[in-house]
Design a protein. Structure first.
Length: 139
């Protein structure tokens, strides 16, 4: 009786080994996942694209450390300029304007060393002023 169990066990073991060897011999199908490079830097200008590369998302110059430096623009997927912000070596420095998707001004203000300063004005979608706040000058 023990020999029958031994024979059955041996057959099962051999069958399992054959299956696993077959699986090891089969080449695995690796799906090539193509990732679209949506960032380009040309002549010190950074470009980031929406998928499909039909429209620029961000555009602006960089300094030698690849920090934002100068005027940076942000665009919607259909090409409407949504914001303009000035940078100085990675920090917001100077004026910024942000627009609604329809292109009208949403708010504007000024930064000094990455801090909001001076008068900031917010508008509704029709261009009417809805609020103003004076952030003063940094201490």
């Amino acid at each position: 009786m023990k020999s029958i169990y031994l024979i059955i066990g041996l057959i099962l073991f051999t069958g399992l080994q054959a299956c696993s060897e077959e699986e090891q011999e089969k080449p695995k199908k690796e799906e090539a996942v193509e990732t679209e490079n949506l960032v380009e830097i040309k002549d010190g200008i950074y470009y980031e694209w929406y998928p499909g590369k039909k429209q620029v998302k961000y555009k602006g110059p960089q300094d030698e450390n690849k920090m934002r430096h100068g005027i940076w623009n942000f665009y919607s997927e259909n090409g409407v300029e949504l914001s303009v912000t000035m940078y100085n070596h990675g920090k917001k420095e100077g004026y910024t304007i942000v627009k609604y998707p329809n292109g009208t001004l949403h708010y504007r203000g000024e930064y000094l060393n990455d801090e909001m300063v001076g008068l900031w004005t917010t508008y509704d979608e029709k261009g009417n002023i809805i609020s103003e706040k004076d952030f003063g000058q940094p201490k």
